[in-house]
Design a protein around this ligand. Structure first.
Ligand SMILES: [Zn+2]
Length: 319
């Protein structure tokens, strides 16, 4: 009996000790947890700022909150900071995209730029590309059609594209020049409105950084660049051409054998020097010995014969 009692007492003691140990362990864990959560507090204090920054960069992106494993982790403070999303580089052409272009010419009027046919479309500081303009571009490298999806993106501009009508004449002209011992270099052809706007915005920001007001910066930028949709490069019918190996668009190009050859032969392929020295008042563009425009053989010859620029020629046709 006595042995049994003692055994019972011993069992009770063991149970008490075990319960006590568990209780102590729980208290210790509780203390550790509470201390460690207090230690983390300073880190969390930075999070709301980080989250605010994330939200200013991109409001549309949903915050990703990871599942919380511990009750001590405040879920709202654990939103990871996301990198700002990359700019969309392959946006399809839509009206809203065109409208989103920031810098449009305040003087531009909506005119029928196709009045005298597509090859004679007149684009300048006054006449801009219509919103529903249909590009018909092929790749300069192989003449294949350019997917419409790539027309208004930046990445496309690394692959040259030209208007389909100008493609074969341009190829023929380059081949003839090569044959004549004056190989040419197509420096720039089609340029998307996206890129045009980006270049314009860069100029505006540059002048704003120099202390100019927004409107003064725009006016200054407008002197050296054209507004989005008013450049011939936006159509695929305007081309910057230099001698092979040269990429610097400078007036000294007029002293090359290539320029001399182009002045004598470009019209036979349908191209005219678009921004001549003595026409800057009419074109609104400085002298550019490198910029040639496709208008078709018949018009090119007539324009040169009359000694007119495209603006004058359009007036002449309408007179
Ligand atoms: Zn040009």
């Amino acid at each position: 009996m006595a042995t049994n009692k003692r055994r019972k007492k011993n069992t009770l003691d063991y149970k008490k000790i075990a319960l006590l140990s568990v209780a102590v362990l729980v208290v210790v864990i509780a203390i550790i947890v509470s201390v460690s959560s207090k230690d983390n507090t300073p880190d969390y204090e930075y999070s709301p700022t980080e989250n605010n920054q994330t939200n200013t960069v991109d409001d549309t992106k949903p915050s990703i909150v990871p599942p919380t494993n511990s009750a001590t982790e405040p879920s709202t403070d654990k939103t990871p900071t996301e990198e700002p999303s990359e700019p969309v580089t392959s946006a399809p052409i839509t009206k809203s995209f065109y409208d989103a272009v920031k810098y449009r010419s305040p003087d531009a009027v909506t005119a029928d730029i196709f009045k005298h046919g597509r090859n004679l479309m007149l684009l300048n500081r006054k006449y801009e590309l219509p919103e529903d303009f249909k590009w018909d571009l092929v790749y300069w490298s192989n003449g294949k059609h350019v997917d419409a999806m790539y027309l208004n993106c930046e990445e496309h501009n690394s692959t040259k594209a030209v208007d389909k009508a100008a493609y074969q004449p341009l190829k023929d002209m380059f081949a003839a020049a090569k044959e004549a011992g004056v190989p040419l270099n197509l420096v720039s052809a089609y340029r998307s409105i996206y890129l045009q706007d980006k270049l314009f915005t860069r100029s505006v920001n540059y002048y704003k950084g120099q202390g100019l007001s927004e409107i003064d910066a725009i006016n200054k930028a407008n002197r050296e660049r054209t507004f989005s949709g008013t450049s011939e490069h936006n159509t695929g019918l305007g081309f910057d051409i230099l001698e092979k190996g040269n990429y610097n668009l400078t007036e000294s190009f007029e002293n090359t054998a290539q320029f001399k050859w182009l002045m004598e032969n470009a019209e036979n392929y349908g191209f005219i020097l678009r921004y001549d020295k003595d026409k800057t008042d009419i074109t609104g563009i400085m002298y550019e010995p490198w910029h040639f425009r496709y208008v078709g053989v018949e018009h090119a010859k007539k324009i040169n014969e009359l000694g007119m620029c495209l603006e004058e020629y359009i007036d002449y046709l309408e007179a």
